[in-house]
Structure formats: C-alpha cells, structure tokens
Design a protein around this ligand. Structure first.
Ligand SMILES: C[S@@+](CC[C@H](N)C(=O)[O-])C[C@H]1O[C@@H](n2cnc3c(N)ncnc32)[C@H](O)[C@@H]1O
Length: 244
C-alpha cells in the first residue's frame, strides 16, 4: 500500500478526480490511500493567511512557509519517513522513470503551490524532490499532483487489472507503444491490420515491435538513444530509415 498526502489550499479539487475509475477502485481495495490536507489548517493568524507579499517587492503573492511546515508536522510527514515532493515548474521534468522510482516509496507527500509560487525555504528545508510536469505554468500545483498520483498509482502492483499492460506501454520499454485496435475488424472501409487477426503470436509480436520502433523513430527519435535495442531492432531501424 502506498499512501499519498497532498497539501493544497483547495483540497476539495481532488474529491472528484480520485473518486472515479481505477484510482477509486485501488483506494477501495486498500492498495493506495490518498489524503488531501488544507494548508490553511496550518495557519495560526486571525485571518488564516497562507500567502503574503514578496520581500523586495514585485507582483503577486507568495505562499508562506509556516502553514506548510505545520501541516507537514501535523500529519507526521517527517524527513526520512516519506518522500516530500514540491510541485514546481522549476523542478525536474516528471517521466515514466521517475514515476517508477516513486512507486517504490511507502508514503509520498505532494506540496501544491499557488499564486507566484512558494517561499524558497519550503524548497530548501521541507522538500526532498522538486517535480515539474512540463515546461508551462499552471495556476497551481493541484493538476500536477493529480498527474503524479495517477502515473505513480498505476505502477503499484495490483492497481491495474492486468499488471502486464504497464510493462508494454509507451516509455516503459524505452519506446512508444505500437498501434492498438479493437472490434470491429472493419469500419467504413478502415481495416485492422491482417496480422493482428492471424492468431500467430510470434508474427504479432514481431509486427508490434516493428511498429513501436517505427512510431518512435518518426515521432520521438530522441527516445531511441536510451532504449534497450537488440541487433534485430537496429536492423529494423536501418530498414525503416531507408524506407523513409
Ligand atoms: C503560477 S505557478 C508559480 C510559477 C513561478 N512564479 C515561477 O515562475 O516559477 C504556481 C504554482 O503552480 C504549480 N505549478 C505551476 N506550473 C507547474 C508545472 N509545470 N509543474 C508542476 N507544478 C506547477 C507550482 O506548485 C507553483 O508553485
């Protein structure tokens, strides 16, 4: 079981997202636990302020360090006892590999910023890792936290109905996945490739591997440098390059 704690000033945002689909099932089955905590509960002043003006001037508000520190203490998110992640556009870019590493943690705490961002002392003293979900700016870390929990949770054994499917997906083998089809065999003259209907498992595997290589070469050639490729894969890639 992996426990996720999310710190946010809008904890209600998570109810619907985590209350549906596979993640709901995983929660019901006790494979994951997700708790959203209101950062405001850590504010002790009269107005329960979670943000303030930036020192040195400038636009917007900055999220304060004390409420975040207090909520972390209240939920027992101690250093060493869990992985504390600050969601930030300045962090390392989230990937399937990082999701795989995180899925091995017993407890993950995600801190969502808002406004102009979070007091630097959160990053320096209260976070073990800083993660960005891409090179763009969101209004807050909540959508990023949903992305991270979703990607990590589906790698936890038992969460997907068939754990095999996680092994063949895009990125997990360093390549994009081959195209997928389902019934009917033909729709408006658009046919499913013959080989997939043949029942020849070896031929199907070969076709899938070739298509995965082709797709990766055409769409994400950058991935090929880090993919574990066999001699046969390299030959196929040479053929594909000639065809192109
Ligand atoms: C408007 S952003 C602050 C951006 C900040 N002023 C900067 O330039 O780095 C507010 C919050 O949204 C979250 N956020 C925004 N973009 C993100 C991204 N790409 N990945 C993860 N979190 C993001 C972070 O928690 C951030 O503190």
């Amino acid at each position: 079981m992996v426990r996720f704690d999310i710190l946010s000033i809008f904890p209600e945002m998570f109810e619907s997202f985590f209350g549906c689909s596979l993640l709901k099932k995983a929660r019901d089955r006790g494979l994951i636990r997700i708790e959203a905590h209101n950062i405001r509960d850590g504010a002790t002043d009269r107005h329960r302020m979670t943000d303030d003006y930036p020192y040195g001037g400038g636009a917007g508000m900055v999220m304060k360090v004390e409420p975040i520190a207090r909520v972390l203490e209240t939920i027992g998110a101690d250093p060493g006892g869990c992985l504390r992640v600050l969601l930030s556009p300045q962090g390392e870019i989230f990937s399937q590999a990082i999701a795989g590493e995180m899925a091995r943690a017993a407890r993950i705490v995600l801190i969502c910023g808002h406004y102009e961002g979070v007091d630097e002392r959160v990053r320096q003293n209260l976070a073990d890792r800083e993660i960005s979900i891409g090179d763009y700016i969101l209004t807050g870390g909540e959508a990023a936290a949903m992305v991270v929990v979703d990607a990590v949770a589906r790698l936890i054994p038992g969460v997907l109905g068939n754990d095999e499917s996680a092994h063949h997906e895009s990125f997990s083998e360093g390549l994009l996945e081959s195209p997928q089809y389902t019934r009917p065999e033909e729709f408006r003259g658009w046919k499913v490739p013959e080989v997939l209907l043949s029942g020849h498992h070896r031929e199907i595997e070969r076709w899938r591997r070739r298509e995965a290589l082709k797709r990766t070469l055409l769409r994400r050639p950058d991935l090929l440098a880090g993919a574990p490729l066999t001699e046969r894969d390299r030959k196929i890639l040479e053929e594909l390059k000639k065809e192109a």
